[in-house]
Design a protein around this ligand. Sequence first.
Ligand code: NZQ
Ligand code: ZN
Length: 409
Amino acid sequence: MRHIKQADKYKRMKGKVTAMNDFIFHNADKVYFGKNQIEHLPEELLQFGKKVLLVYGGGSIKRIGLYDTVVSLLKSNHIEFFELSGVEPNPRHTTANRGAEICKREGIDVVLAVGGGSTIDCAKGIAAAALTESGDVWPLVSKGVWVTEALPVVAILTNAATGSEMDAWAVISNMDTNEKIGLGGDALVPRVAFENPEYSYSLPTYQTACGSFDIFNHVLDNYYLAGDATFDMILEFQEAVMRAVVKWAPVAMEEPENYEARANLMWASSMALNTVLDAGTLHGCACHAMEHELSAYYDITHGHGLAIVTPRWLTYILDETTAPAISRLGVKVFGIPETSDAIEGAKKAIAAVSDFCFKTLGLQGSLADLGIDDAHFKVMADHACAGGCISGPKNLTAADVEAIYRMCL
Ligand code: NZQ
Ligand code: ZN
């Protein structure tokens, strides 16, 4: 393990906003995508050993028959398994610690996550904590340790949203201290992921909406940091992924069993954070830094918090320097006709983002709608800035963040 300079992942990146920065691309996750891939699960698990910890959430995988499929594959291949169920949306460090304890006690070889981002993140937390002496994930999270050693994680994805199935991050919550922090590390990238879009047919409409906006925002948070980048191939990639979300999210909400819609969203989820789309750009995550405080304090659904914050953030940072990029978003992603007046174009783009969140996806549009008032805004803003500011196209101080929260009321 090594310590990253600052605990907050949003502070880790360095580079110029508009330049084509040097980068290393390395993503060793092997993805089985499609309808008939799960039969490969035993051979993939067995390369790591014969003892598996099966991690899942509140029971959706049982309702869709996936639990039975997985258990039957494990049993018929004589793979010994232990279970940790009940992983919460916004997974708690205490749950990860329970999993780590099982791993230590039973000599687990590989952690198998079956579910959405919360389950996969919890599995990553377990995998990291299991190799520490204390078996406690929180010191790793709170001290910003970059995880270089962990048990291997294999993920079976059921929700297109977070990108956890292909990325190096786990977001863990400590509800005692109202902290929700990203734990990062090369060792946390799942070794293998199974992505069958059919597993997401059963998602509630609300989760489809929230997950879709999460994907959109993962790209947007980087897009603006590319600004008028010289690396415009990346901008085009980013726009293609955001366009896919805008196109297919409403279809999946209307027709939950539309394979094409679910497949586009699922692969968009993986592409958004597997580092293909931020190659050479400055990784920003302004909206994520602000949203994580909301879900840490109020346990709200991550994608919904992002939807409330994003249009306000865009409005707050709009000026002559950001207008061309925001205007381009409107043209390329929402099909708004080009205009020579960048501010005017940017305002239309922000209105399109807002309509997408609150009309197309049908999400409630304010923090007040979620029963949130300004009681904790100051401390949340301070924490989001981690003693400095949130870097991005406009660096945000704690006062800026507090102002944006107020715009969300
Ligand atoms: O608990 P179960 O039974 O699994 O039910 C879940 C949960 O109630 C349900 N669900 C998932 N797949 C389903 C399903 N219900 C029916 N059918 C299915 N196929 O949906 C609910 C939400 O699940 P959850 O895993 O919490 O959602 P999501 O995938 O959006 O994950 C959210 C968590 O990931 C973090 C978020 O902050 C949040 O804690 N993030 C992780 C990131 C990462 N690892 O890189 C980045 C993201 O920006 C994000 O911060
Ligand atoms: Zn997210």
